[in-house]
Design a protein around this ligand. Sequence first.
Ligand code: AHR
Length: 312
Amino acid sequence: SATILAACTFGTASAADLVVGFSQIGSESGWRAAETTLTKQQAEQRGIDLKFADAQQKQENQIKAIRSFIAQGVNAILLAPVVATGWDEVLQEAKDAEIPVILLDRTVDANKDLYMTAVTSDLVHEGSVAGKWLVDTVAGKPCNVVELQGTTGSSPAIDRKKGFEQALSGHDNLKIVRSQTGDFTRTKGKEVMESFLKAEDGGKNICALYAHNDDMAVGAIQAIKEAGLKPGKDILVVSIDAVPDIFQAMAAGEANATVELTPNMAGPAFDALAAYLKDGKEPPKWIQTESKLYTQADDPMKVYEEKKGLGY
Ligand code: AHR
């Protein structure tokens, strides 16, 4: 329990006594893989024994993993929730077992008492940063937009859509003509973009693509090229994450803008946990990470090189 752990020197080698379970969604995107790498690195640096469970995109697997962490009596649980709903029961079980749960990168629709804190970006704001960039870039010209949504029912898919729509509201020159899930993957991003292009006169009716993550944008860029159009010029491309591959696409003029999401959610999570276990000090319910916009003007190849060393 927290009281017993208060006697440990958390953050040094003797913190090796700490066992933390991590229920990860899967490895749908480059960003997700980097988050996994960094979480393992951060745990190792702190001498934490990390129990890692890959849910292969399934909520039922995440629920099973959490129950197994509870049965093992871990000291804390990190959860990246694949969808927003359906967590109440298992979170209550963790609470009853006095195991603090920290949400990573996505939020849940559950009572805030059921988890200790959430380390996430402002997901609505990310969508509105992308939307504002598009509004400013098209500068009043008519523009049909297609949208590739993230995993259905996930908080980033819901919130990034909402924020983007908020930024476009009142700008009647911009219209979202098609919107469909690409499940945050490169393969589905490409597939769905192909269907958008077919349905919109080979792409001639499309002025911009908004993708809820970079991986879907990279897949869509391939589809645009195969349709004989120039991504980044004929069809503007704006997305979210800031993974290395999108900077290569930006350097080649094939993508236009991305909103950065740090894959290091575990660092702030472990810091909050350390403080809690040391003093019993509850962290705020939300530890917010930054959302920075990058465009082709930001020396994409330099950013690409910098990013490569950071878990990617
Ligand atoms: O929850 C964060 C999102 O999940 C990332 O933007 C996306 O790449 C990942 O799959």
